[in-house]
Design a protein around this ligand. Structure first.
Ligand code: MG
Length: 445
């Protein structure tokens, strides 16, 4: 069991991810990546500079060439990994977590995020690395043009002339995060009329909690309605996740953003798509309209990027609003995902586009239990589904699929809960489905 690595790198408050762990982890990561050229990027959190210094020291001490990208969004950093042909990347960020958190996202030279399982291998190297000799220590290089390079690459994959002609009016809620380094300028250069809120980077995140959930972006919803904007866009703290508000002020939840992205992608190029077992069936419905399959992965960005790297799918995305267009990188890029939707808005409004995405209602609940209980519930649900002859996917919990509904029973990796998530064509049906499995789960412990 990994001691430090979670679903997507190392994450915690300064008491956990402090300078000592950052230094020792960076030494191990440098050794794991073969001591080559390692990029370092960070978000603007108050502990970011301190951790950056420790990470760079760690990398230098084992003989890596550290390249400092400075404060950039995670998508910009992950794009630069490919552009600079580096051997690895460490992003110092806590993504959407509260301000007191920070962490290390670790990505290998192929653009694949390091999972908990690979993190365990890195952990074995902590404290067991050989330091480079004094004359093999390489100076740190600064690379200051990352944002420009990312913007230029995205632009070549869009039709800027369409956007410049239509001049969509968009409200950007930057959530005081690192998208401030790129989003306003990028969308302005594309010819959009923009209005920004929570637009200065601030490690205290004074504007709103960093996770772009509906309850956290009420100001954006109000602003879109008041200004009669074409849409609103909100990102999480490091810019990989994105959600939308349509021109009527309706919140477009993460997996609907992904379902629309799948629609746009498959219109351009057909192929199978990837998503996690916790994502709306709307994605599968959209893909099957094009005759394409949906491949399910475990929940977590590393598992999706591992599958993407096999080259069998044309895109991937997850329920929380992360979309990966592999033309840019194997990571979720909230800036590019947003730009593709803005491009589509030049044809018709966002609410019109959303009519093409099937509507599902979802219900979530959780059952408190210990590790033994989690095991008993999962085994019991698996057995129950098998007896009934139900169609299941059991790579991460048990997802049971019916004709127009589905339910998943999954163990939380960090908390003492089993989570139950169901989706159906009506709210009543979704509620009944989740209730049924909640009752079943409780009967198993
Ligand atoms: Mg994030």
């Amino acid at each position: 069991m990994a001691k430090y690595f979670g679903t997507n790198g190392i994450r915690g408050t300064i008491g956990f991810v402090g300078p000592e762990l950052a230094l020792r982890a960076a030494q191990a990561i440098g050794a794991y990546f073969g001591k080559g050229k390692i990029l370092v990027a960070r978000d603007h959190r108050l502990t970011g500079e301190l951790l950056r210094n420790a990470v760079i020291s760690g990398l230098q001490s084992v003989g890596c060439e550290a390249i400092d990208l400075g404060i950039v969004s995670s998508p910009t950093a992950e794009f630069m990994l490919k552009k600079l042909k580096a051997d690895g990347l460490i992003i110092i960020t806590a993504s959407h977590n509260p301000p007191e958190y920070n962490g290390l996202k670790v990505i290998d030279g192929k653009g694949v995020s390091v999972s908990r399982e690979r993190g365990e291998e890195i952990e074995k190297l902590i404290g067991n690395v050989k330091l480079a000799s004094w004359d093999a220590i390489k100076p740190v290089k600064k690379h200051e043009n990352a944002v420009r390079e990312h913007m230029d690459a995205m632009r070549t994959l869009l039709h800027p002339e369409k956007i410049a002609k239509r001049k969509p009016f968009i409200v950007l809620d930057l959530g005081n995060g690192t998208t401030a380094t790129i989003a306003p300028q990028f969308f302005k250069e594309l010819g959009c009329k923009i209005l920004t809120i929570n637009s200065h980077m601030d490690g205290h995140f004074p504007g709103r909690p960093s996770e772009p959930r509906e309850e956290n972006i009420q100001e954006l919803i109000k602003m879109v309605k008041e200004t009669k904007a074409d849409c609103g866009i909100a990102w999480d703290g490091d810019g990989d996740r994105v959600v939308f508000v349509d021109e009527k002020g309706n919140f477009v939840v993460g997996d609907k953003v992904y379902a629309l992205s799948v629609l746009l992608k498959l219109k351009e190029k057909k192929g199978d798509v990837l998503t996690t077992v916790a994502t709306s069936k709307a994605v599968e419905d959209v893909a099957s309209k094009f005759g394409c399959k949906t491949i399910y992965t475990k929940v977590g960005a590393p598992y999706m990027s591992e599958e993407m790297a096999k080259g069998k799918a044309v895109m991937c995305g997850e329920e929380v609003g992360g979309v990966c267009w592999p033309e840019i990188s194997l990571a979720k890029d909230g800036i590019f995902a947003a730009a593709k939707i803005i491009e589509a808005l030049c044809e018709k409004s966002l609410s019109e586009w959303m009519k093409e995405i099937p509507t599902y209602y979802n219900v979530k609940t959780r059952v408190e239990c210990d590790e033994k209980g989690k095991k008993a519930i999962l085994e019991g649900v698996r057995k129950f589904a098998k007896q009934k002859g139900y169609k299941t996917i059991d790579i991460d919990g048990v997802r049971i699929t019916f004709d127009d509904s589905w339910v998943i029973v999954r163990a939380s990796g960090t908390e003492p809960y089993i989570r139950i998530f169901g989706e159906a064509k009506s709210k009543d049906k979704a509620e009944a489905l989740v209730k049924e499995y909640e009752k079943l789960a409780k009967s198993l412990i």
